[in-house]
Design a protein around this ligand. Structure first.
Ligand SMILES: NC(=O)c1ccc[n+]([C@@H]2O[C@H](COP(=O)([O-])OP(=O)(O)OC[C@H]3O[C@@H](n4cnc5c(N)ncnc54)[C@H](OP(=O)(O)O)[C@@H]3O)[C@@H](O)[C@H]2O)c1
Length: 266
């Protein structure tokens, strides 16, 4: 993996959850890592751990990826190093009825989940295609098929998955691989019961973060779409076999039922 996609990996949303785990597993494979997120202390602590444990180089970039200036700064601050891998991971969710989310939260979600992902794919895709090697993992979601009560989030992930799949076809002739990682529920801050109502709902089917990331890294370069976990793949296939409107109706009915039983509180 290091030969093909090293020596540096840029990981967005590296201060917790899936992004931090990508940083740990890539560093364990001797990748040097650029850690990007807003929480400086978290990033610095992780960077120190990775340097000590795996003797790799690290760069910490504190950035709010909803800001175009910060996005440009990330790209500029990594211009002198050879980036072979981008983990386009940072994301946020809004959950509950669409109308209960503020306009501001929805704009922020679009800026982070769609605009930042696109900006970085363009910037690093350009560089990688020019250097004729590299890879981008887009962290999407199983919800990309469209989940009511996760409407803006799941729609943003539909964009991310489509972008990954289409760019893979455009970039592969330049030696660059793209993959959409579409996990189901994964243990992270996003799904902590106190943070996320859906986390409560999903507590029984939660995947440990290291399992999700190791499966993604294991298949990267051989698949365009990766859904870790047999049960998640089964859910994906089942949802795809139904007419879309019926699949969405069933999911909405299940979520409303859970809400009425007090398992989801919006
Ligand atoms: N957990 C799941 O069940 C699940 C399932 C499918 C897909 N995903 C996707 O996986 C990705 C990672 O999520 P996670 O589960 O690991 O959740 P998480 O632990 O909440 O991590 C989110 C990461 O994004 C960063 N981030 C949030 N807003 C940011 C901003 N404006 N600028 C820069 N960084 C920002 C956070 O860092 P700071 O707060 O320090 O900025 C954090 O490092 C997301 O794209 C999510 O949609 C998660």
């Amino acid at each position: 993996m290091l030969d093909k996609y090293g020596p540096w990996a840029v990981i967005t949303g590296a201060s917790s959850g899936i992004g931090a785990e990508f940083a740990r597993q890539l560093a364990s494979q001797r990748f040097n890592v650029v850690l990007v997120a807003r929480r400086k202390q978290r990033l610095q602590l992780l960077a120190a751990q990775l340097r000590t444990t795996f003797q790799v180089k690290t760069v910490v970039i504190v950035a709010d990826l909803t800001s175009v200036e910060d996005l440009e700064r990330v790209v500029q601050e990594t211009s002198a190093i050879e980036v072979g891998l981008l983990i386009n991971n940072a994301g946020m969710e809004t959950h509950g009825p669409f109308l209960s989310s503020s306009q501001q939260a929805l704009q922020q979600l679009i800026a982070l989940n769609i605009c930042a992902v696109t900006h970085l794919a363009h910037a690093y895709g350009n560089r990688m295609c020019a250097q004729k090697r590299g890879g981008i993992i887009f962290v999407s979601s199983l919800s990309s098929s469209g989940i009511p009560y996760l409407s803006a989030y799941s729609s943003s992930k539909a964009y991310v998955s489509t972008l990954a799949g289409t760019l893979h076809q455009e970039f592969r002739q330049h030696g660059v691989c793209c993959m959409a990682l579409e996990p189901g529920f994964v243990e992270s801050e996003m799904t902590l019961p106190k943070e996320s109502a859906l986390g409560k709902h999903a507590a029984t089917s939660m995947m440990p973060v290291n399992v999700c990331v190791s499966e993604a890294l294991r298949v990267f370069g051989t698949r365009t779409f990766c859904t870790p976990g047999f049960m998640n793949r089964l859910r994906k296939v089942a949802l795809r076999m139904l007419p879309r409107s019926l699949a969405m109706w069933i999911v909405a009915a299940c979520l409303r039922y859970s809400q009425s039983r007090g398992r989801i509180n919006n």
